[in-house]
Design a binder for this molecule. Structure first.
Ligand code: AMP
Ligand code: ZN
Length: 483
């Protein structure tokens, strides 16, 4: 597979430390609020990547943290603790907030067909490990104690900026607007490994440590959780592009200083979901959730489909109009799949293998999901029987996870149900959701139309409309549904 690597700034062949096995790490959610659909864009694309690697034959060990402590509002070491902010907003304890939003996150993932990683580790469950690594960093001379906190000393590194597509000055902490400088820091980019001097009087979560009672910095959790569950060599690290600096940069600094050798070979960053007013973010307070999409009548998988239609390395603009377009395309796609006959003969394995090879090639080219979606249409047009086309679609769906065959089967069942409920009179057939009283009225409307009694036909249509029933004329009759 070829993947763009943000650490080398080029697309390159993906390799692993142990042949055939991928150690994969994903930065998990900060659980002080619902995940917004921007966060979930990142998790959808990472899920597709994991499933593609498995499809391509790799054995994958995927690890993810849950940030339930230490993530301050600025992503650096200043601002308010995000968890505390959530707890105060809802008059609950930090742990109650963490549990509630962790459950909510996995519920959203379930609705979007995002697989739960093999290991999920909340940061608060591994504090001893963080302390052990911080101590080791101090012993090796990479960390210092100042003003009550332990800092990582970035001047000890040969190279700090890894993802430096950016302007150094813009990235420097303390230079950024609204971020106050911490005078304990020896170098502008040093960052906190352990806090004992909290600016928050009501800091709820605190642990004993060699440096006093306190809590860990945000960056150390991902390094430690990955090193514990992925081992010393990480093959693939994922996250949203906003995590590249300072979070991932600091993860590399800590992990490589601790291990004494290169740590992670491949960095995969998903670009942002934006609205017309900029990046969607939790801290802005106004954001879209999966539940909101459902309330508005969208199947969450329409959002997944919308995400797959564009490349992960391009910003994606969300608008209701764009989502509606995806919904229409999705509905037509499911209808076309539903129209295939699953029982029209044996699956032609040779044809299937040919289509799979093409799918592997396009997806293996920096995870080109838009072309992966095009492969679905190619499969629909394949010169073979329905059973083979369905088997090909099912195969692609192991990676795309759009529940295509389930949705199509549902559609087929609905159509069969409607056909069963069809009522025919004088060559005019009514199909609908299976209510004889409504069928009879729709039939009466058909008869009125035939007799050119349009006033009566309109009266019946309006009567049904008032009951929330919509009639659509089709060749040889009409069909109805509740709207
Ligand atoms: P957080 O819960 O804030 O720690 O973020 C969880 C994940 O979502 C991280 O990988 C972020 O980089 C990513 N993320 C945050 N905002 C967006 C966005 N607007 N679009 C895509 N990914 C995002
Ligand atoms: Zn992380």
């Amino acid at each position: 597979m070829y993947l763009y690597n943000s650490a080398t700034h080029k697309k390159q062949e993906f390799t692993t430390h142990t042949p055939g096995r991928v150690e994969m790490y994903t930065c998990g959610p900060t659980v002080y609020h619902f995940a917004h659909i921007g966060n979930l864009r990142s998790y959808i694309m990472e899920d597709v990547l994991e499933k593609y690697l498995r499809y391509a034959g790799y054995d994958v060990n995927r690890v993810m943290n849950i940030t339930d402590v230490g993530h301050l509002a600025s992503d650096a070491d200043t601002g308010e603790d995000k968890m505390l902010k959530g707890a105060r907003r809802e008059h609950k304890t930090v742990m109650e907030i963490a549990q509630f939003y962790t459950d909510a996150f996995f519920e959203d993932c379930r609705k979007l067909n995002i697989k739960t990683p093999d290991v999920v580790q909340p940061a608060t469950g591994l504090i001893d490990e963080f302390i052990r690594v911080i101590q080791a960093l101090q012993e090796k001379g990479y960390a210092y104690f100042a003003g009550g906190n332990v800092y990582f000393d970035t001047s000890k590194l040969e190279r700090y900026y890894i993802f430096n597509d950016h302007d150094e000055e813009d990235l420097a902490v303390g230079v950024r607007e609204g971020v106050e400088e911490d005078l304990n820091k020896r170098n502008k980019n040093d960052f906190v490994l352990w806090f004992t001097k909290s600016k928050f009087e009501d800091q709820a979560l605190k642990w004993d440590s060699p440096w006093g009672v306190g809590y860990p910095g945000w960056h150390i959790e991902c390094s430690c959780i990955s090193m514990k569950y992925n081992g010393e060599y990480l093959d693939l690290h994922c996250g949203g592009v906003d995590n590249a600096f300072p979070h991932h940069t600091n993860e590399i600094a800590q992990s490589e200083s601790y291990l004494g050798h290169p740590w992670c070979g491949q960095w995969f960053h998903v670009h942002h979901l934006n609205t017309n007013t900029g990046k969607m973010s939790k801290s802005k307070g106004e954001f879209l959730t999966v539940s909101l999409l459902e309330e508005k009548g969208y199947d969450p998988l329409v959002y997944r489909f919308f995400c797959l239609q564009s490349h992960y390395r391009k910003a994606l603009v969300f608008s209701w109009e764009n989502l509606d377009n995806a919904a229409v395309t999705w509905r037509k796609l499911i209808d076309r799949i539903a129209a295939l006959n699953p029982d029209d003969g044996p699956v032609d394995e040779a044809v299937k293998a040919k289509y799979e090879e093409h799918f592997r090639t396009v997806m293996g080219n920096d995870l080109n999901t838009a072309q992966g979606v095009t492969c679905l249409y190619d499969a629909l047009k394949a010169k073979t029987n329905g059973a083979t086309r369905l088997a090909i679609l099912d195969s692609f769906d192991q990676v795309l996870s759009l529940s295509l065959l389930e949705k199509a089967a549902e559609q087929r069942r609905k159509k069969a149900e409607q056909a069963k409920n069809a009522r025919t009179s004088g060559g005019y057939t009514v199909t609908g959701e299976g209510d004889p009283a409504i069928d009879a009225l729709v039939l009466a409307r058909g008869e009125a139309k035939k007799a050119k009694n349009f006033a009566e036909a309109d009266r019946i249509r309006n009567e049904l409309k008032a009951q929330g029933i919509e009639i659509t004329d089709i060749p040889g009759g009409a069909t109805w549904k509740r709207v």
